[in-house]
Ligand binder design. Structure first.
Ligand SMILES: Cc1cc2nc3c(=O)[nH]c(=O)nc-3n(C[C@H](O)[C@H](O)[C@H](O)COP(=O)(O)O)c2cc1C
Length: 311
């Protein structure tokens, strides 16, 4: 199992807390993307703090991810990450944000096979790390991926993660398992499945149908139910009581860590509520109860309401 990159959610703070409670369940995490801005690696430098080996010491192994398509900057950043000790870099070809896609980055690269080949031609021979790719089926059409497969097959790529949606869908609608089933055997690389696994049953459906997957990547499902990887590992659905026991101590630790690590009350409040919106689904409380926390205006009040629910 691999922890999916989720910008604002699965940075090192979360990864460390998760590891403290559920060590050894994920083979590794792909970190949220570091963006290349043409001619300016300033954003990258800020994001690299998240990837410093010291910060990641008591945590799961990490593969950094790059978003962008400028070969020179890509190589420079990848080799900087190599100097930090990383051996694999993941390239983001899935980001659905319109602003990003409009510049042919993320899922915006998917309709342009020639551009993909151009970047791979420049980047693959010049980086000192192996390259993996995380992609969707296309930007506007699920068949775009079929023109990309022969190109991907021409390069030594460590693995390809497919989230079988198109960029325009963002996170709506359903994953397209039929197209995933058609494209998977055409790729000569190891394939990782990603998308909409939120229960043990959904995990079993995927690995039961696609028996030769290299691995499975899970994102939002971890926040909806932090015990999901343990249930998968033990191949057993947890009772509500078991879930509550593990989840509440995990949430308490996460909230405390946000309080300790973030610089201002405003940032702490925003981040606490951001996690709460997702992670409150793992608790046996009503939607109305979960929403009541979002009405709190101070950090202390927000924390108190959450702690009342997880006692
Ligand atoms: C808030 C949020 C942030 C995300 N950030 C990234 C990212 O930085 N890089 C990336 O490749 N995918 C990113 N994704 C996509 C997820 O990695 C994953 O592909 C998607 O959520 C589908 O998997 P899931 O259904 O298991 O969550 C993000 C998704 C969400 C919801």
């Amino acid at each position: 199992m691999i922890l999916a990159p989720m910008q604002g959610l699965t940075e090192v703070l979360f990864r460390r807390v998760f590891y403290r409670h559920f060590a050894g369940l994920f083979n590794y995490a792909v970190a949220p993307f570091v963006s290349l801005t043409h001619g300016n690696l300033a954003d990258a430098t800020k994001k690299i703090d998240d990837l410093l080996p010291d910060a990641n010491r008591d945590s799961m192994p990490v593969v950094p991810q790059i978003l962008g398509k400028e070969p020179t900057e890509f190589v420079e950043l990848a080799n900087r990450l190599c100097d930090l000790g990383y051996t694999e870099i993941n390239w983001n070809l899935g980001c659905p944000m319109r602003k990003v896609a409009a510049k042919h980055r993320g899922s915006g690269m998917l309709p342009y096979p020639d551009e993909l080949r151009h970047v791979l031609d420049q980047v693959v021979p010049a980086i000192r790390v192996s390259l993996s790719i995380k992609m969707r089926l296309g930007l506007t059409n699920r068949d775009e991926i079929f023109a990309l497969v022969p190109i991907l097959n021409d390069y030594p790529i460590a693995n390809v993660t497919i989230h079988p949606r198109i960029g325009r869908q963002q996170y709506t609608g359903h994953v397209d398992l039929e197209t995933f089933a058609r494209v998977k055997p055409l790729l000569k690389h190891s394939v990782i499945y990603n998308g909409d696994i939120t229960t043990l049953e959904e995990y079993k459906t995927i690995v039961g149908r696609f028996t030769d997957l290299f691995d499975v990547m899970i994102g939002r499902g971890i926040l909806y139910d932090p015990t999901l990887p343990l249930q998968i590992k033990q191949n057993r659905k947890f009772s509500a009581e078991e879930k509550k026991l593990s989840t509440t101590t995990f949430i308490a630790d996460l909230i405390n860590e946000i309080d300790r690590r973030l610089p201002t009350d405003e940032a702490k409040l925003r981040k606490t509520k951001e996690y709460w919106c997702l992670i409150s689904r793992s608790l046996p409380i009503t939607e109305q109860q979960a929403r009541s926390v979002l009405h709190a205006t101070t950090l202390a009040e927000t924390q108190q309401l959450i702690f009342n629910f997880i006692q």
